[in-house]
Structure formats: structure tokens, C-alpha cells
Design a protein around this ligand. Structure first.
Ligand code: AMP
Length: 469
């Protein structure tokens, strides 16, 4: 299957060839024809699957077909139409986007905007801008004054602009909810409902989410009409080009020693270390800097400018280690990230897939290493069940856990079958102790967290939280 066979416009095909894309990914092959036919979509897919192009390409195709590519940049609804300058402020006409993409985080929104620029590079009249929380309002007013065809936004800030009359959705043709499950997890449901209500009923709606279960599935069905269901999760969730490993740790000191050792691996080009809390991200980044690593933190408490500077430093190779929380790291697409370390396991099993997908980009291989307390074996099992892959346990001589940890028990016949331990990649495998060995331990987390797990409420997608930290 080629992009040309999907029926995309020649201008879009040229941009794809320039981007070096030879063939559609599975989610693109399924979603694009349905979207071109005008169908609504409910797509279950992960980041890294090529989902961004799956929703951008059909829209760009339509823009290319509507207006000649050589059109002047001042084409109504595409070019700048609002007068600039103080005295003209009263005459500001609202932006009338044709496509709106809602994204949960600033990073993802910027990533989508960059992708729209790349895939739409041959369509000079099509502008994509990002409207984000944390960005100065005057700058956003300037962007809106360009009357972009594509608006990419985080829900909260978009509502602010809608309320002040800066945006008019009467010309909107396509609405995309990217990582809808995450937006609901972040509490954006009311904002999303308001935004959807402000768009024309004639719109085409495409919803992308890691899961279509629970509340997110209900919302998807409510806001789409006769949607084509596309499911690409199972394939994408496997990340077959990413080797996974697990190290059991006894306590924080053990974990920190092991992380320092692992980060000295010379095969690391760049690495992301994931932490559960913003404070840990800061603390660990500081500690790694003192230890001589070029490290920086990335989390949601940082100003947008600081986040952008950190990401640019990562892209330019000035940083070797990024220490990040889940939300901040979503959407990071830097091909030179060779390693991902889970200093803490993620709160939701789905986030593990997002995290490890930060490595192994653009067809390369990657290594994802999780540092796991003995009391977190249950959470490891959940991840393994989701990915249908077991995570081999590794032990590095000199860093053996003092406690012997029993393998995560599995129901007979459950997948993946049987716990087999390490891969024998030059490192000794841990010998496991007695089955049923107590999970409570000296980690300071295990017991309390296990109790949390049992009582953990389900989130918006019906997923059970591993417990807040
Ligand atoms: P996404 O899932 O949209 O974040 O895309 C993941 C990565 O795959 C990005 O680096 C894209 O540039 C890349 N990509 C998307 N579609 C294709 C394709 N058809 N061929 C090669 N790379 C692609």
C-alpha cells in the first residue's frame, strides 16, 4: 500500500516524499481512506503509531483540493486578515479555523503543529498555529490574527479565547481529539464538551485515544456520527524494536546507585528518566548534574519558555539525560533517545507504552529499563498483560537486590505465559525465592502502595490507577 493508493493529493504526496515516508503505517492505512470519504473516526492507537499523520493528511488533502497550492497567502480564511497595531484592535475579526485539534499537553500540541507544517509544507496558504496554556496572550493574539486554517490547542486556553470572542468555529470542517483519554484524565471533560458544542454539527470528528473503554468511549460515541472504528493498539503496544528490562531494587539508595551505574553505559546517546513526581524530577536532575551528567528536568510546573528551552537542548544534543514526568514527556519525538529509564513505574499501565515509545523512534532500536520495588510486582503484571510481552528481569553484579523477590504470579494460561526471568545478555539473572514471598518491604512505598492499589479508584477510561504518589 502506498500513500498515492490512498488517494491523497499530489501536493501532500510531495511533502510525504520529502519527509522520507515510503508507505503508510497501519493506522494511517486504515484511517485515511475513511477520513477522505468524510467518515467520523474513533481510533484506538498509541503515540508512535503515526496517528498524527492519520488525521492531518486527510485534512491537508482537502485544503489542497479546495485552494490551488499557488494561492496567495492572503486567501480569505487562510492568510492574515486582521489588521495589526493598537488602533486596529477593535476591528479584530475572530479567527475562523477549518480544522481544530485538541491535545492534552503543550508538548503534544507543539508536536502536532510541527507535523502540520511538515506535511503541509507544499501548501503555502495553509497555516497551523498552537494556542497553549502558559504562552503569553499578546503572542497568541498575533497567531490568531493570522487566521490559521489549522488550530491546535489545549482545551483550557482555547476556552479563554472562545469566551473573549477571538475564535469563531462557524467554518470548522474537522475536529480532532488527540489522546482523548489523557485529556479526560486531566479533567478536561467539561471544556471539551463546551468546545464541541461550539462547533458546527456538520463537522467531521476524529477521536484518537489509547483506549476506547469507559468514559472516553462513551464520549467518543456521543460526539461522533456513524464513526468508523480503527483499532491499531495491539500492534503499536508491542514496541518490538524496544528491548525491555527490569531491575528489582531494595530501597531508594539502591535505586539511585543503580540508576547512576546504568546511565554510565557508553551505548547511551540520550536518555529519558521518568519519575512519578515533579519534585523527584528536579531532585534527580540536580543530582545527576552534580554527578557529571548533562541533565535537566521537564515537568508541568515549569514555564513554557523553560520547557521549550529544555526540549530544544535535548533536540540539539546538548542534554544527555532528561528527567521527566509523564505529562511533560508526552509527544517527545527525538530519534537520538536510545534509552528510557523508569525510575518509578507509571501510574497507569498505558503510560508505560507511551514512555518506552520515546525511544526506538524512526525505526531505530531502543532499550527501556524499569527500576522496580519488590512491592510493585503487581503493577509489572498489569503492564505485561497490556503489552502481551513479559519484561525480563536483569541483575547486574554488584547491584543485586538483597531481598529475593518472587516472580509476578500469573494465572495458568494467562498471557504472556510464564515468567522466565532475564535474557542472559551478559548479566546474571536473579535467582528467585519462594513463591508468595511477602511484597511488603523496606522500600518505604511497597506496603502503602499495595494498599492503595486495592482501593484505587478507576479513572475516566475505567483503568485502575496504581495509586498516586
Ligand atoms: P506519531 O505516532 O504521529 O507521533 O508518529 C510517530 C513517528 O512516526 C513520528 O516521528 C513521525 O514523523 C513518524 N511517521 C509517521 N508516519 C510515518 C510513515 N508513514 N513512515 C515513516 N515514519 C512515519
Amino acid at each position: 500500500m502506498t500513500f498515492a493508493e490512498l488517494g491523497l493529493h499530489a501536493a501532500v504526496l510531495k511533502a510525504l516524499a520529502d519527509a522520507g515516508y515510503n508507505e503508510p503505517t497501519p493506522v494511517q492505512a486504515q484511517a485515511i481512506p475513511a477520513a477522505l470519504a468524510g467518515r467520523d473516526l474513533m481510533v484506538s492507537s498509541q503515540t508512535g503509531s503515526g496517528k498524527t499523520a492519520a488525521f492531518l493528511l486527510p485534512a491537508l488533502h482537502r485544503f489542497a483540493s479546495q485552494t490551488p497550492t499557488a494561492a496567495a497567502p492572503s486567501t480569505p480564511n487562510f492568510g492574515r486578515h486582521a489588521p495589526r497595531g493598537r488602533s486596529d484592535r477593535q476591528r479584530f475579526s475572530p479567527a475562523q479555523p477549518k480544522m481544530l485539534v485538541l491535545a492534552p499537553t503543550r508538548e503534544l500540541a507543539l508536536q502536532v503543529t510541527a507535523a502540520a507544517d511538515k506535511y503541509g509544507a507544499t501548501l503555502r496558504h495553509v497555516r497551523a498555529v498552537a494556542i497553549l496554556g502558559g504562552m503569553p496572550y499578546p503572542k497568541q493574539m498575533q497567531l490568531l490574527a493570522q487566521n490559521p486554517a489549522i488550530l491546535v490547542a489545549t482545551p483550557g486556553r482555547l476556552i479563554d479565547h472562545m469566551e473573549s470572542g477571538k475564535i469563531d468555529f462557524s467554518c470548522l470542517e474537522t475536529l480532532v481529539l488527540d489522546e482523548a483519554d489523557r485529556m479526560l484524565d486531566m479533567g478536561f471533560i467539561d471544556d471539551i464538551e463546551r468546545i464541541v458544542a461550539a462547533t458546527p454539527a456538520t463537522r467531521q470528528t476524529m477521536l484518537f485515544s489509547a483506549t476506547l473503554d469507559g468514559v472516553v468511549g462513551d464520549m467518543a460515541r456521543r460526539i461522533t456520527r456513524d464513526a468508523q472504528l480503527v483499532q491499531a493498539t495491539a500492534v503499536a503496544a508491542r514496541h518490538d524494536n524496544i528491548e525491555q528490562r527490569l531491575h528489582f531494587v531494595d530501597d531508594l539508595a539502591h535505586k539511585n546507585r543503580l540508576l547512576d551505574h546504568l546511565l554510565r553505559d557508553t551505548s547511551i546517546d540520550q536518555a529519558i528518566v521518568f519519575t512519578a513526581t515533579k519534585r523527584d524530577a528536579d531532585t534527580i536532575a540536580d543530582r545527576l548534574n552534580v554527578a557529571g551528567f548533562a541533565a535537566a528536568a521537564l515537568h508541568g510546573d515549569m514555564q513554557q519558555g523553560a520547557r521549550n528551552r529544555t526540549l530544544n537542548a535535548l533536540r540539539r544534543g546538548q542534554l544527555r539525560v532528561l528527567v521527566a514526568t509523564d505529562v511533560a514527556a508526552r509527544g517527545i519525538d527525538v530519534p537520538t533517545i536510545t534509552h528510557v529509564f523508569n525510575y518509578d513505574l507509571p501510574k497507569f499501565a498505558e503510560d508505560y507504552i507511551h514512555r518506552i515509545g520515546r525511544t526506538g523512534r524512526a525505526g531505530r532500536n531502543g532499550l527501556a529499563v524499569s527500576l522496580v520495588n519488590h512491592g510493585e510486582r503487581f503493577n509489572v503484571r498489569k503492564i505485561e498483560r497490556l503489552t502481551q510481552q513479559e519484561i525480563p528481569v536483569n541483575v547486574i553484579p554488584g547491584f543485586e537486590p538483597v531481598r529475593r523477590s518472587s516472580p509476578p504470579s500469573r494465572a495458568p494460561g494467562s498471557k504472556p505465559g510464564g515468567w522466565k526471568g532475564g535474557r542472559g545478555n551478559g548479566e546474571a539473572r536473579s535467582g528467585y525465592g519462594k513463591p508468595g514471598h511477602s511484597a511488603e518491604g523496606r522500600t518505604g512505598w511497597g506496603g502503602a502502595r499495595d494498599a492503595q492499589n486495592r482501593a484505587a479508584p478507576r479513572d475516566t477510561a475505567g483503568r485502575r490507577s496504581f495509586g498516586d504518589r
